[in-house]
Design a protein around this ligand. Structure first.
Ligand SMILES: [Zn+2]
Length: 236
């Protein structure tokens, strides 16, 4: 899971909410999860705003949401599922941009992120509300493989974090491998040039979004480079 800072909701979302309230008032019936279809004309604006706030990355696994060529692979996810609380269906704070959540690995489909959630399961961590806790309690294992975990795996530092990692299947094999690859690539780059200036250049690359956002798993690279800088007594 990645911490997310939300900016303002797209203007059209307020109009969607007004329309939802009008329907409830006129029909006297409560909203149902299927009323999510009311978003349709605003969906693209919501996707764009989510991609901007999340620097182009999945709120759960951190993979890029927009592939080269501009195809937007984002699913709009409800942190509190529609099936649990329909009143939060159009709440900006409840909406997250997530990846398709399906990865083919050794001929098998692996589900992760929203696709591995049980329909009514509530997550303990919220990428926006728990932005400070997430890097501390869902830590990527950055050094080799040891008793605590494999390189690239997420080590949960609380029972709540452990439950979210399991629910989102964030330690699925392909995700561990993808994160380990980012760390391996940085190791190779730093073995060629381990200077402070190079470390800082790499750090900027993974923490300064371009117009397209950040590279996949930027939070993993950020954690690794922070650790490397700290090991030398330097501040990121
Ligand atoms: Zn994802």
């Amino acid at each position: 899971m990645r911490p997310v800072k939300k900016s303002d909701a797209p203007h059209c979302l307020a109009a969607v909410k007004r329309e939802a309230r009008r329907i409830v008032t006129e029909t006297g019936k409560p909203l149902v999860p299927e009323d999510w279809a009311l978003l349709k004309d605003c969906a693209e604006a919501v996707r764009e705003a989510l991609a901007r706030d999340q620097e182009g990355l999945c709120a759960y696994c951190g993979v890029r949401l927009i592939r080269s060529g501009g195809a937007n692979t984002m699913t709009i996810e409800h942190h509190t599922p529609r099936a649990v609380d329909v009143s939060q269906m159009f709440e900006w704070s409840n909406l997250l941009g997530v990846c398709p959540g399906r990865t083919t690995y050794n001929g098998r489909q692996i589900l992760h992120c929203d696709k591995s959630r049980a329909p009514k399961h509530l997550l303990s961590f919220h990428p926006v509300d728990d932005a400070l806790r997430i890097p501390n309690e869902l830590r990527v294992h950055l050094r080799g493989s040891s008793g605590k975990g494999r390189l690239g795996s997420i080590v949960a530092h609380s029972p709540e974090a452990n439950s979210d990692v399991a629910e989102l299947n964030l330690n699925a094999e392909p995700l561990i491998e993808n994160r380990a690859e980012v760390i391996d690539r940085l190791r190779r780059l730093l073995s060629k040039d381990g200077s402070e200036a190079h470390m800082r250049r790499l750090y900027r690359t993974f923490t300064t979004p371009t117009a397209d956002g950040l590279p996949s798993y930027a939070h993993v690279a950020e954690a690794y480079l922070r650790r490397k800088l700290r090991d030398r007594g330097l501040r990121p």
